[in-house]
Design a protein around this ligand. Structure first.
Ligand code: SF4
Length: 188
């Protein structure tokens, strides 16, 4: 019988282990295996991307009755081929943790307290602040008279949770506003 080095080590380990267990009086006879039903058996599967870092590992999210019941690596994804790091493996908790924030929290300048605000209030506040800063700092021409239409006063940083289409729209909007400092977490 031809045996590879790895195969030899596995066989030797199993033989030696079996001998030890026999001497300890343990029953090594064949046992009946019981396959447990997969908890994802009747779940709906959706694919998505891990939001934590720029690697962009693929995931399969299983849901039942609109609740997330499992998150695992997508074996057919070309980047991770089913593997996940420890952060990706804990993604299930992002959906299920009781500590997950589901409301917008705002801390006013110089305040030490967070207050709950509506999404509408937060979006309007961001828009107001962006417009005020842009209006105050917008440069149409540089020192040599060349048209630049830019502001150096606002920076934009895209997150790994954004997919390609969202990144495209985000980049378009920031460039349209005249931002120069446009970055993405994947490049940091
Ligand atoms: S699973 Fe880990 S390596 Fe992959 S994208 Fe998420 S954080 Fe990055």
């Amino acid at each position: 019988m031809k045996l590879s080095r790895r195969g030899f080590l596995v066989a030797a380990g199993a033989t030696a282990g079996g001998g030890v267990l026999s001497k300890l009086g343990l029953d090594l006879g064949p046992s009946i295996a019981h396959a447990e039903a997969l908890k994802t058996r009747y779940a709906r599967e959706s694919t998505t991307i891990c939001p934590y870092c720029g690697v962009g590992c693929g995931l399969i999210v299983s849901t039942m009755n609109r609740n997330v019941i499992n998150v695992e690596g997508d074996p057919s994804h070309p980047i991770n081929k089913g593997a996940l790091c420890c952060k990706g493996q804990s993604l299930y908790q992002v959906a299920t943790s009781p500590r997950r924030l589901t409301k917008v929290m705002y801390r006013a300048p110089r305040s030490t307290a967070w207050e709950e605000v509506s999404w509408e209030w937060a979006i309007n506040r961001i828009a107001d602040r962006a417009k005020a800063t842009r209006d105050a700092t917008f440069t149409k021409k540089d020192d040599q008279g060349r048209v630049v239409n830019r502001t150096h006063a606002i920076g934009a940083l895209g997150g790994a949770a954004l997919d390609n289409e969202e990144c495209y729209l985000y980049g378009k909007l920031m460039r349209a506003l005249g931002l120069v400092y446009v970055e993405h977490q994947a490049r940091i």
